[in-house]
Design a protein around this ligand. Structure first.
Ligand SMILES: Nc1nc2c(c(=O)[nH]1)N[C@H]1C(S)=C(S)[C@@H](COP(=O)(O)O)O[C@H]1N2
Ligand SMILES: [Mo]
Length: 556
């Protein structure tokens, strides 16, 4: 095969190349061009910041635009992997699009170029419309698209040599001429848009493709490396938490029933095991030294706080609090307990002179996400706090490093703003927070709930005695009683873990003699203020699920 630029169309086997083969190569050209575009975009994002990467920005936008039922489905189906699923999905869509752009580009360069430009425009739009986006965030997509266009043109060129000329329509075609060579020569001199006659330089295509692949890998890999500069793991590790002036209530020995009951949820959830729910594909990374908490809105004298300001306060507390998510299904696992360290919220709000007219605190996260918390609960709920410690460590980055809010008794979506940088005292009339805009209930008091951990649903085990056990919660009120019903028998009262704090869930255990056969086990809890958990079924949307948790098991 010839690589000569002077006679590119003269190799007969090239001219005989079926359009199909050429089209496959064009599709590959599109794919490689997309890889180059993404690679360069990652490289620039290495300077601008990880959230400006088009894949991330587009994924972010997809989360924002996705209707709630689809989101709920994604959380149910992919669970903690919902974000990985989203990124894989985004990449798959890009790949299919790129294949098409390559094929279209073969027929019409301008359309192909436009295709990549459009792809860049989507990235720019997504990056700029992020709540916390700035103009610089458009740069990765712009540079990526430019690199992608150049790569596409460079890759398409060897697929149709000689290159296009504007007046190709008027050129003679092979049918009317006996001497193909003359026609080819003519085309070569004048240029041709007739693809059938254009030559194909495989060697040059694969050489260019190799260069493109290398460039994509280098820029992409380099970009990812550069993005690590934004990592705050080292700062987090170096941070020393202040020691609390008020400790969590002491736990009696043997307080954690899970030590003796296999399959029962431990009293405290390890940080690595703690459920995570948020809209952030790339977690916000805030350096402790750069951290500022800004108070704004309906305060007489709003001020701002550094992390040191918060750490050095003399009212640092340590509390055991169970956090639950409004999206938790009956029997679900979106609940966890930690020993938190932080500063109480009420004195902080009061020293800024919070005005009585405010009924909502619009809490803003570093990524622009907003969570609307009821002002009354922030002021009146004991142990409402700004937390910076979780189970003896600074907050893990995924759980809001360096500061998050916690208000016991409310679901996380209205109380637990992570990466908290701003508290605006306002009203529900004036503004809707992120979830409220999406029709979730404005105030989210948690519902009395209980869950069977063991035996697991549909489990088969030998007949005989074994523990039925689980957890129950009713933060701020506390759990007074948990009852279990097997089949049609009477409700039996379970043993509870010690009541140490009303904000902490309670484990419950009931040893039971299982006869051989199928059994249905149901649990219900009663709060310390006498509310029996309702049997009435509700789905998580819009105000939290309700209903009794039932599991079917088989003994013998
Ligand atoms: N910034 C921010 N904070 C957030 C969220 C979020 O999407 N962004 N999600 C909230 C929801 S719905 C819940 S249930 C809790 C979960 O906290 P966790 O991820 O630490 O378990 O965080 C809350 N705080
Ligand atoms: Mo949540």
């Amino acid at each position: 095969m010839t690589t000569s630029l002077t006679a590119p169309g003269s190799a007969p086997e090239d001219r005989a190349e079926k359009p199909r083969g050429r089209r496959a190569l064009a599709a590959l050209a599109g794919l490689l061009a997309a890889a180059v575009a993404l690679g360069f975009a990652e490289l620039v994002a290495g300077f601008v910041g990880p959230a400006s990467s088009p894949v991330i920005a587009v994924g972010d936008a997809a989360i924002t635009l996705t209707p709630e039922p689809v989101k709920a489905f994604a959380i149910r189906t992919f669970g903690e992997n919902d974000k990985i699923a989203l990124i894989v999905g985004t990449l798959a869509v890009i790949a299919v699009y790129a294949l098409v752009v390559g094929i279209v580009g073969l027929r019409n360069r301008r359309l192909g170029t436009l295709g990549i430009a459009l792809f860049g425009a989507v990235g720019v739009l997504a990056a700029l419309t992020r709540p916390a986006g700035g103009p610089l965030d458009a740069l990765p997509s712009l540079v990526g698209a430019a690199a992608g266009v150049l790569a596409l043109l460079a890759l398409l060129a060897p697929l149709q040599v000689p290159v296009a000329a504007p007046r190709g329509d008027e050129l003679p075609t092979a049918e009317g001429h006996a001497d193909q060579k003359v026609v080819d020569r003519l085309r070569e001199v004048l240029g041709s848009t007739d693809r059938k006659g254009a030559g194909l330089d495989r060697r040059r295509f694969f050489l260019t493709g190799g260069v493109a692949l290398g460039a994509a890998a280098l820029t992409g890999g380099g970009g990812r490396l550069l993005q690590r500069r934004f990592d705050v793991a080292a700062d987090r590790a170096a941070l020393e938490l202040p020691s609390p002036t008020s400790r969590a209530a002491a736990l009696p020995a043997g307080a954690d029933l899970a030590e003796d009951v296999e399959g029962l949820t431990p009293l405290f959830t390890d940080n690595g095991e703690f459920y995570r729910v948020d809209t952030a594909i790339t977690v916000p990374r805030i350096r402790p030294a750069d951290y500022r908490l800004q108070m704004a809105g309906m305060f007489d004298s709003p001020r701002s706080y550094t992390l040191a300001d918060l750490f050095e306060r003399d009212d640092v507390i340590e509390r055991d609090i169970t956090l639950t998510c409004v999206s938790n299904e009956v029997g679900g696992t979106l609940a966890g307990t930690a020993r938190w360290i932080g500063v109480p919220l009420a004195p902080l709000l009061e020293e800024n002179g919070i005005r009585s007219g405010s009924d909502q605190l619009l809490c803003r996260s570093e990524d622009g996400m907003t969570i609307g918390a009821p002002t009354r609960n922030a002021l009146e709920v004991e142990d409402a706090m700004l937390a910076f410690g979780m189970n003896g460590e600074p907050l893990p980055v995924e759980h809001g490093f360096p500061v998050r809010m916690l208000i016991p008794g409310l679901y996380g979506y209205v109380s637990a703003c992570k990466w908290l940088v701003r508290i605006e005292a306002t009203t529900y009339d004036a503004v809707d927070a992120y979830w409220t805009e999406r029709d979730w209930a404005a105030e989210g008091p948690i519902k009395v709930a209980s869950r069977i951990d063991t035996p697991a649903p549909l489990r088969q085990f030998p007949a005989g005695r074994r523990a039925i056990a689980g957890v129950a919660w009713a933060q701020t009120r506390g759990i007074a009683k948990v009852e279990v019903r097997v089949d049609e028998e009477d409700w039996a009262e379970a043993e509870l873990s010690p009541e140490v704090d009303a904000d902490l869930w309670r484990q419950w255990v009931l040893p039971y003699d299982f006869s051989a056969g199928r059994h249905s086990i149901t649990v219900r809890a009663t709060s310390a203020d006498g509310e029996v958990q309702t049997e009435e079924r509700a789905s998580p949307f819009p105000a939290g699920s309700s209903g009794w948790h039932t599991v079917q098991v088989v003994a013998g």
